[in-house]
Design a protein around this ligand. Sequence first.
Ligand code: PHE
Length: 494
Amino acid sequence: MYNITYYHKLIINKEITIAQNERKSIHGQWSSKVLFIFAATGSAVGLGNIWKFPWMAAENGGGAFVIVYLVSVALIALPIMIAEILIGRRGKQNPVNSLRYLSKEASQVKVYEVDHDLNRTKQTKYQHHNQEDYTNWELIGWMGVISGIIILSFYSVIAGWTISYIFKSFSGLFNQVTIDGATSLFKKFTSDAERQLAWHTIFMFMTCYIVSKGVRGGLEKAIKFLIPGLFMILLILTGYVTTLSGFTEGLRYLFLPDLNKITASVVWSAMGMAFFSLSIGMGALMIYGSYLSNKFSIFEVTSIVAFADTFVAVLAGIIIFPIVFTYHLDPTTAGPGLIFQTLPIAFGSMPGGETFGTLFFILLFFAAITSAISLIEPAVTLLIENFRHTRAEASLKIGFVTWLVGIGTIFSFNYWQDVTILGMNFFNLLDALTSKVLLPLGGFSMAIFVGYLVKRRTSVAELKMSQSMYTIWRVLIRYIAPVAVMVIFTNGFM
Ligand code: PHE
């Protein structure tokens, strides 16, 4: 006989909330809210903002891309980001286990019994609907772990370019360099597979070293000075580009959308870019959320991170495009080499350029490594928590696999330049597979999971938003975001 009174429901909900608040992460926590914001910003702000965003915008019609990108961030990426951090913080383990925990929790039904002697109901136990119900959702976690490894494999190669450019800048190679000079410098570098392999190896090694030290030991230290430093250099560069003759043309290209250019493929790329840039859809923020104390508001920290990330990307565009137009570079053909061919010119002709250039590439390197850490962390914690590895072993194994796959990306710029699958070289293929397919799919599944499966009272308790904000978020996560992802995905695919 089941009979629930409102009063009993109240007591039981309260007990659940207390129990949840007392659950601690099994793998440590951030020491403060600011550090979480720094870490999540460190994950979000990276090569995506400075290297990929300008190049993607250039390839997809400038302003048309930017406007779709901004709309995607607000309506799709931000609500999913909140959902992803929610899963992590409540689950408090690696993505696979967190998803398992939440789906178990969601499938619990309370069983009540009427105590006839005392004439009242009492809760006897929790029961699961069906043991099989919750195992499938773990797949989102597995997919994320794999996406992270694939992304990091090429990310590390580009980060290697960045390290090499620190030295190029420092040794004065950019002084008074012309557009042809910068382009041939870049071409010469990317045709040299061994050199890139060396930098890729060094970058992977550093990433694994930091990850092997764990959250408190490694992550927090690296990010404390990165964010302020990066902002400062970007502002200096912005000041410089205002003096260029192509400044207004550059801004116009970036901000005045030619609506005819908004095609299904542009929208698909822009949405993928929003996922990539905000680090969502693969569990990076889920794992960072699992280190976040229950005291902090997910909505507040998420908004700050999303704003910072968008700000840096747009600033990068404001810097790159005036240089492109001043020096008559063709933005549509430069591809992934865009910033490596434009920025040296700026550094070569501005006062103090050698110092700023060196500093810039150092900061870009740090931005890259703080993102790299978050790309590998889900896989590493999975090995630690589910497969009895030590942190060092796990970092080493995952690092090695990633390093190996990365070699394919290096070869895409030289030996395998002409080898294409589906019209793409190896690097473009991995990039498209992750940004355009895996991340949106991961984000979509998280939206469905949190929007429909996770109990309303759970998300209310975790998010602690005002009633109206919660309603807006809930509409976005249940209807707008998943429908938009599916529509964009299918249209793009056609
Ligand atoms: N957001 C990072 C960048 O913009 C890349 C990244 C993607 C990191 C996905 C983690 C997860 O550089």
